[in-house]
Design a protein around this ligand. Structure first.
Ligand SMILES: [Zn+2]
Length: 198
């Protein structure tokens, strides 16, 4: 098994169109067994882990690696088969993390927007004693925010699409590239990690 990994690091392996594998910056998202993103590794490391039986492939790229003895699709997301424990830290209370928790979706109308078209809303308005905390703040589009004004959802006859909660963990990695630049296959796993740069 180690042999395969060793062979892959050699130069004989070509992708289609004869482009040397080593020129490609194929990155792989490594998930914990819990599906929590841990880090970004290069494809060689991913293949090594795969050959050692430490990970399973969750998502693949279309590209294939051809070697003398086998063909394999490049993994894009791999998941560890054993738990890696990380210290628990509280999630930083920030606008960006509120948007991430709510998946960039207005919690009243359900519209998904880029961060510059979003704001946050105090469910119970501050003027009525509402606190600035995870359970009283939701992502809100500008229009819904304007419509709600200084009222409670009940008064404004607006319904939350889900109740806000305090997240219990902080991302191990923070990806600071634009959402559109992240490989599509990673998106489902990067709930907290995307720092949206439009
Ligand atoms: Zn809205």
């Amino acid at each position: 098994m180690i042999g395969i990994a060793g062979v892959l690091q050699g130069r004989r392996h070509k992708l289609r169109k004869d482009k040397p594998v080593t020129e490609l910056m194929e990155q792989v998202l490594l998930l914990n067994i819990t599906y929590e993103p841990l880090k970004i590794i290069n494809w060689k490391k991913a293949i090594t882990l795969l050959c050692l039986g430490k990970v399973e492939v969750i998502e693949e790229y279309r590209r294939e690696i051809h070697s003398v003895s086998f063909t394999i699709k490049l993994p894009s997301v791999v998941r560890l088969l054993k738990m890696v424990k990380r210290p628990k830290c509280p999630v930083r209370f920030s606008r960006q993390n509120i948007y991430a928790r709510d998946r960039y979706k207005c919690q009243y109308c359900g519209e998904t927007c880029p961060s510059e078209e979003l704001t946050y809303d105090h469910i119970i308005p501050k003027s009525r004693g509402g606190k600035t905390e995870w359970e009283n703040i939701v992502t809100c589009c500008v229009e819904c925010n304007r419509e709600k004004g200084g009222r409670t959802p009940k008064e404004a006859r607006m319904t939350l699409i889900r109740n806000p909660i305090r997240p219990s963990w902080v991302p191990a990695i923070r990806i600071t590239i634009g959402f559109k630049e992240v490989p599509k296959s990673w998106r489902d796993y990067l709930y907290w990690n995307i720092e949206l740069v439009e």
